[in-house]
Each structure stands twice: as C-alpha cells, then as structure tokens.
Design a protein around this ligand. Sequence first.
Ligand code: NAI
Ligand code: MG
Length: 396
Amino acid sequence: MAKRTVVTMPGDGIGKVVTPEAVRVLDAVGFEAEYVHGDIGWDFWCSEGNALPDRTIELLRQHKLGLFGAITSKPKWDADAELSPALQGKGLVYQSPIVRMRQMFDLDVCVRPCQSFPGNPLNFIRRSKDNPNSFEEPKVDTVIFRQNTECLYVGIEWTNPPAEVRKAFETHKNFKLFAATPGEDLAISTRIFTRGACQRIVRAAFEYAKKHGYKSVTICEKPNVVRETSGMMEKEAQKIAQEFPGIALWSTNIDAQMMWLTKNPEDYGVLVAGNMFGDIVSDGFAGLVGGLGFACSANVGKEVAVFEPTHGSAPKYEMLNPSIVNPIAMILSAVMMLDHIGEHEKANRIKAAVAKVVAEGKVRTYDMARLPGGAKSISMGAATTSQMTDAILAAL
Ligand code: NAI
Ligand code: MG
C-alpha cells in the first residue's frame, strides 16, 4: 500500500502531549506514514489573528487525513485582549478552528464510539436487579453519529437582532410572546437542519450498524417539541430505515435518553442525532466508559477526515512535566483513522493492546486511578502519559 501522509495538528495544551503519543503507537504497529505538521490553535489567533491558518487548510486539502489534538478557546474579551497589539482594532473576530474546519471541509458525519473496556475502574456500574446489595457492570457498546455542521452550531445568532431580522420573526404567530421585549434584551440563536445533511448522517449510521452487526439504530431528537428540525431528521430516518430491513429504528427524546442511559445503556447500539443533542448524548455515554480520557471521535466528510479525542486542551495540566493526562482517547482516535483507511488489522491490534493494559490494571493514569490530578498524582501511584503509552506498546 502507498505510504500515507497524515496532517498532525497537535494544537494547544495537552493536544501537544497526546498527539505525539498516538504517533508513537502508529509507528510501533507498523503503519507506514509520513507526518506533516499543521499549525492550529490559540497561539495562531494571538500572533496571526487566525486560529486555522490557510497553510493548514491547504495541507488538509492536499492530504485529506488529519490527526488533531485539542485547541484552547477563550471568551470574546480574552480573545480581543490577547490578540497581538499590531492586529488589534482591525475587526478580527475569533472563530473556533475546529468548528471552522468541520464546516469548511463539510466534515458532517461525526462518529463517537463509547465502548467499555473490561477492567476499567471508571466503567459505569448499577445495583443488580436480583440482589440489591450487589452491583453489575453493563457492557456499553454504543456508537454515536452526530451531525457535525448544522443545528445551533451554524453561528447565525444575534443579541438585539437587526430590524429586518426582527421583522421576519414577527411574521410568526408565536413571536407575539416577545413582542414587548426590547432588542437588547433579546438573544436569538438559530437551529438549522437541511434534508441532505439529515439523510447523510442517518444513512451513515445505518450503514455502520449493518457493517458491524448492530440490531438497532436509535434516533435521538425531540420531534414532539422541536417539530420542524427534529421532525425532518426523524422523517428521513423513517424513510432510510426501509432500506435496512434487518435493523430496527428506535426513537427517543434527548431528555429521556439522558435518563435511560444510566438505566439500560446496554440496550443502545448505534445512535444518531443532530449537532447539539449529539454533543450532549455522546458526552453522556462517554461518562459511562471512562470519560474524557477514553472518548475518541472521527469527523468525516466526502473527501477529508479528521480524527480527534473529544477532550479539550486541559490548560491546568499543560505545564506538568512529566505529563499525567491519559493518552488513550487520542490513541483510540488514531485507531479510528486506521479503520477509516482500511487498515483494520493494525487498528484491531492497537485496540487489543489498549484492552489488555486496561484489563491488567497495572498501569493507570490519574483519571483511571481516581487520584486528584496534579504533579503529586505520580507519587500517589498514577502512571505518566508516556508510561501509559509504553505499556500499550509493550502489549502490542
Ligand atoms: P478539557 O477537556 O480540556 O478538560 C476538562 C478536564 O477533563 C481536565 O481539567 C481534566 O481534568 C480532564 N481531562 C481532559 N482530558 C483528559 C485526559 N486526556 N486525561 C485525563 N483527564 C483529562 O475541557 P475544559 O477544561 O472545559 O476546556 C479547556 C479548553 O479546551 C478550553 O479552552 C476549551 O474551549 C477547549 N476545548 C477544546 C476542545 C477541542 O479542541 N475539541 C473540546 C473541549 C474544550
Ligand atoms: Mg462536547
């Protein structure tokens, strides 16, 4: 197979720590690739007024495969204050580089697997049905498909909307409720769904379910209240489900789903949702299988795909040397990249190595050992980031 080129975008904070750890594992498994570095993140906002410089966009356009660590983003007032003095007052507005990247390359299918590794002390347990004095650990194997480019994340929003926007809203009878609200007291964020994007995310979910033998796809929205957008997604799901006769289509509301996920998480296979609810429900499920240290993801478009842990830059651990953060979320994101390009054997070997290290329980980062995070976690018995990677390499 031709050597692949991967654009590595470590970004900020612990993104810089975990990205090279994933590359170490990819090297060890024999994945032949060239890595080119892409600048992204807060430093480039401060120095260039652009957190996703054009040269990085060009690299992604060219190589189509990215591994992304994490970025820092801060509120508007910090963004303005930290911008290099030469760039201030020029009307530059901070935009999240990852949100921009998803929109620019139409990375509209976000995949977030939440699968428990046996032996992980962070796995969810519940009281057993038959003996209320004992506990059981349900096997969680849920893969969330989150629409990645639309919904409330489109950034079409106003506080004190311009007169013509307000006028348009006044054509809706329900706006009467706000008729007396002064503009400066009125904030509007729009939730936009398109039929094509609904079809694409639902179809991706069904195809994944079929390929991996899941018995159900659950659509998790709120069509009884958010009738137009959630309704469109649900309708499209009903149509697409017809093409997959062996797979049941279930429907849950996001609020109820957040309750059920701690009652019967083992019942959910593939789950599909719009951007906002997908964000919420995937964090919910991630909490059952170890949280941010384990939560991996893929952002997939028609041409470009970018793989990233769902955690952020964890600034409070950024300066710790040696680092204590868990590299597994990043390593599992690299596994998703291998699967995406058909390197299944290598992907499976890494996953098995992670499973072995978790099951043995000898090497645990502070989060897995449930220790307070900080420089002293190591003396309390936590493994460092690189010790965790070393253990995974040894298990390979
Ligand atoms: P965060 O995910 O960076 O960290 C929250 C907490 O989770 C950390 O303090 C730490 O206790 C724990 N944690 C995170 N990753 C971990 C790991 N690999 N191993 C062990 N523990 C881990 O979220 P937070 O603190 O809300 O945001 C920090 C910065 O990251 C902000 O600037 C935020 O905007 C940004 N962010 C970026 C994301 C991205 O790049 N996709 C996603 C989420 C936040
Ligand atoms: Mg999130």
